[in-house]
Design a protein around this ligand. Structure first.
Ligand SMILES: [Zn+2]
Length: 227
């Protein structure tokens, strides 16, 4: 009988691997994170909870590529610390065919065709580009650039400026990458507080407590756009 008891416990654990995420403590956002389509339409978007988001980095050549990958991993760790339940994970991949998101310097050749639709641009020394369908129901996949007919699953294309006037220091570079990652995760607006990472021109390189609270709130709202 004791053996059966252990089996039952194991069964509960197995079942809970597919449980819904636990209810989160109610929090309010520190600032408005919605996407403003027009004066009347505000949309929330985020990846399905528990999703691993795959990022491919474009090739600019030299140490800049290593810096970009380091900045992405630093940003991912910072945003991961902001949430309680592993609502998302972020990994780097070696092929654009496996990517949900592209990060590249402006001097790197384009990976996706950003002229395929009138996309939405969110910027701050970097630009996050994505396309919403006309019915405002989904964020569309961006076709791969060039003659490739391969199926793309890329939803966001992030361009980071290499202009030293816009990105004067390594810390600022890390901050811009982390800021743009905030847009990729669903924070579509900017904070008006200059102490936040999601301020238009961030002076920090990791999410503030207010950025973290805003993301936690946002991830547990229904997403208006399929991703
Ligand atoms: Zn921004």
């Amino acid at each position: 009988m004791a053996y059966r008891g252990i089996s039952a416990a194991a069964l509960v654990l197995v079942l809970c691997a597919s449980c819904e995420l636990p209810t989160v403590p109610s929090e309010s956002p520190a600032y408005e994170p919605s996407l403003f389509v027009d004066f009347q339409t505000r949309l929330i978007y985020h990846w399905p909870l528990g999703r691993t988001i795959s990022i491919y980095t474009g090739i600019a050549g030299g140490s800049a590529d290593d810096d970009l990958r380091a900045a992405i991993l630093s940003a991912a760790a910072g945003w991961n610390r902001a949430v309680y339940y592993r609502e998302f994970d972020i990994r780097l991949v070696n092929s654009p065919l496996d990517a949900d998101v592209i990060f590249h310097l402006d001097v790197a050749p384009p990976i996706v065709d950003t002229n395929s639709c009138e996309g939405i641009l969110l910027g701050a020394g970097g630009v996050t580009y994505f396309c919403v369908d006309e019915g405002l129901t989904a964020i569309l996949s961006l076709p791969l650039a060039g003659s490739s007919s391969a199926q793309s699953r890329v939803k966001f294309d992030v361009t980071i400026s290499s202009d030293p006037l816009q990105v004067p220091t390594r810390e600022r570079f890390f901050g811009i990458v982390a800021h743009e990652m905030g847009h990729v995760l669903g924070i579509a607006s900017h904070s008006s507080d200059s102490a936040d990472l999601m301020f238009t021109a961030p002076s920090i390189s990791q999410p503030s407590a207010r950025d973290a609270r805003t993301l936690r709130w946002l991830l547990h709202q229904p997403s208006d756009l399929d991703l």
